[in-house]
Design a protein around this ligand. Structure first.
Ligand SMILES: *Cc1c(COP(=O)(O)O)cnc(C)c1O
Length: 409
């Protein structure tokens, strides 16, 4: 049996929506992007949603919007995909990495210790779709002591008067935090619509705004839309209308808009996300849980507690008492059986770029521990029960074989 890791969900409705766009005479940013933004607002309850061409470009945009530049610091977990830190480097600022807790999310205590008078932003990451401890993080950035450390150097910073929280929610559309969408738990939440994410536009992303009342969100929305289009006063669609030829370039923007052709894919998916695609992912996760729960080596991934529920983006299986080398052998065994698995994440300090910049994995023991024990199993709506059972059987065989070998030798 051949099982891929995370194929995109493409049904007839997705194809029809794309074909409709192709036939419409308008393929770049236009009505489909607006419709997708409206769906994101509906699903998350956010004040506004700005579609962009990737999570990464959305993060660069929001850091620039806040005026983050050379000399500034942005706090984030070491345990994430490198885009989190790369977006900060693109702005000339310094990523300050801190360790995670056992549940993969950034440690609020470590965030507090890392705050200096250069800190402008913190970027928690909802790993696998599991929301961070947003209440603790919000409490920290709102403490009078932390506010008095904050030195505003831009209009937006002046207006906010504290550290901005931008969550890396690349995995977590549909996650729940204290009865609401996880996306409204902090100032800015950025989703990814990359090909492997829960909702995809091939490449793409979306910025959810939930700014404090000092900001006029609709104004910020219009400004950010211009920012995604070279700082141009009119979109291409507005310009294309009769008499709409005159425009201005108001400031130096980026060119990171999402085309309608891409938006169409996500639009067809997102309409069925809450009632169909997300529950199907959950079903896979629960089947894995049932399959593994009696084994002493099984460490249950965070899925649901009284306050949070994951978006089931990944099933991060962790194996108790296993070394990195044994984990790698188990992966090899599973791969040989035709099943594609992955590891989320190789912590950033283990990557050449960050090693060269002086980051050391030894400073992040929990990140290393979770990395060394982890195998991400396939999880997506199209997975069939016989495939899920096959994966469970092969994982058990692979792990048990390794454990037996350890006892024998
Ligand atoms: C996928 C991912 C990103 C990057 O998303 P892009 O849309 O590819 O830029 C950022 N952070 C995390 C945690 C991710 O998994």
């Amino acid at each position: 049996m051949k099982i891929s890791f995370s194929p995109p969900f493409i049904d007839q409705e997705v194809i029809d929506e794309v074909v409709d766009t192709l036939n419409s005479g308008w393929i770049t940013s236009g009505p489909k992007v607006k419709a997708l933004e409206d769906e994101v607002v509906k699903i998350t309850g956010s004040q506004a949603a700005v579609a962009v061409n990737s999570w990464t470009s959305g993060a660069i945009l929001m850091l620039k919007w806040f005026g983050v530049k050379e000399g500034d610091e942005v706090i984030m977990p070491a345990y994430t995909y490198s885009a989190t830190a790369l977006s900060v480097l693109h702005c000339g600022a310094t990523p300050v990495m801190v360790d995670i807790e056992d549940d993969f999310t950034i440690s609020p205590g470590k965030v507090r210790q890392a705050i200096t008078n250069k800190t402008k932003v913190i970027m928690p990451v909802d790993f696998a779709g599991w929301p961070c401890n947003y209440d603790a993080l919000t409490e920290i950035i709102c403490e009078p002591e932390m506010k008095s450390l904050f030195i505003p150097t831009s209009d937006k910073q002046e207006k906010l008067g504290r550290i901005l929280m931008i969550s890396d929610a690349a995995h977590s559309i549909g996650a729940i935090y204290k009865g609401k969408s996880g996306a409204v738990a902090c100032d800015v939440t950025i989703l990814s619509f990359h090909a492997v994410k829960n909702i995809t536009t091939g490449e793409g992303g979306c910025i959810c705004l939930n700014l404090p009342s000092a900001f006029d969100t609709q104004n910020e929305y219009r400004f950010l839309k211009m920012y995604t289009l070279n700082g141009q006063s009119k979109s291409a669609l507005e310009k294309s209308k009769a008499g709409g030829w005159k425009y201005d370039i108001l400031f130096q923007g980026l060119k990171i808009n999402l085309p309608d052709l891409n938006a169409a894919i996500g639009l067809a998916q997102i309409r069925h996300y809450k009632n169909n695609l997300l529950p199907l992912r959950k079903k896979v996760a629960l089947a894995y849980f049932e399959g593994f729960k009696l084994f002493p080596w099984f460490i249950q991934p965070p899925l649901c507690d009284g306050e949070r529920e994951t978006s089931y983006h990944l099933f991060p299986l962790r194996l108790k008492g296993i070394t990195e080398i044994q984990r790698d052998r188990i992966i090899e065994f599973i791969m040989e059986k035709g099943i594609a698995v992955n590891v989320h994440f190789i912590p950033m300090p283990m990557m050449t770029l960050f090693k060269d910049l002086g980051y050391k994995i030894d400073d992040f023991p929990m990140s290393y521990k979770n990395y060394a024990h982890e195998i991400s199993l396939p999880i997506y709506p199209q997975l069939q029960p016989d495939q899920i059972n096959y994966i469970i059987d092969m994982v058990i065989s692979g792990v048990e074989a390794q454990l037996t070998e350890t006892i024998d030798g």
